[in-house]
Design a protein around this ligand. Structure first.
Ligand code: MG
Length: 203
């Protein structure tokens, strides 16, 4: 399986990091080892002093495909969850300044936390989902999928022009504003439409 991530998919988040709003999906990958399954905690990596959370809606691919049209994309997923795209922001800033790839900042072991998956049919329209992230009980991110610059179907269509999609692949669809730092012993809890799907501690 592979983990496909969309960057800068919410205009207000692109702005909070001083980035331009993109005119096509910004895509990067994380390896299998980056997956942090439910029930596991993240060990604070030694190479960073500024670890950030980015809470995102995660879509699970349920069918193999390539060159998928936006109109057919719905046939390729039926379950969603919430995830954290953990980012070593200090490392990323350093790499961005040199126009270098982001993997050291984004693709490290445990950097893709994911919660329990739930059937999308439970919620209805994937374009109108509300999700929230709490850090130590305090609301820090409050997102609506309606604010995505590129919706799930457009992302699948775009990505599948470049990479085949395979059963079990995960797509992290970008984070709303409110990203911030975590330190050891912080707890992150994610709610989709009021249902708790994600619970991660930093160790
Ligand atoms: Mg992200």
């Amino acid at each position: 399986m592979k983990i496909i991530c969309v960057g800068r998919n919410y205009a207000d988040h692109a702005k909070e990091l001083g980035n331009q709003v993109p005119d096509e999906p910004v895509i990067f990958l994380k390896p299998k080892n980056s997956l942090l399954s439910p029930g596991n905690n993240l060990f604070y990596p030694a190479f960073t002093n500024e670890l950030h959370y980015e809470c995102e809606l995660v879509v699970k691919i349920n069918k193999n495909g390539k060159f998928i049209s936006p109109g057919k994309a719905k046939l390729y997923y039926e379950e969603v969850s919430l995830g954290i795209d953990f980012t070593a922001r200090d490392i990323q800033d350093k790499l961005k300044k040199k126009s270098l790839p982001w993997e050291k900042a984004k693709a490290f072991d445990g950097s893709a936390a994911v919660g329990q998956f739930v059937p999308l049919s439970k919620f209805g329209n994937p374009k109108n989902l509300h999700f929230q992230l709490f850090k130590n009980g305090e609301l820090v991110q409050d997102g609506h999928t309606a604010d995505m610059l590129f919706g799930i179907d457009v992302i699948i269509a775009d990505v599948s022009q470049y990479f085949s999609l395979n059963i079990g692949d995960l797509i992290y669809t970008g984070t709303p504003p409110g990203v911030g730092e975590v330190v050891i012993s912080d707890r992150l809890e994610g709610y989709l439409e009021g249902e708790k799907l994600l619970d991660v501690m930093i160790e």
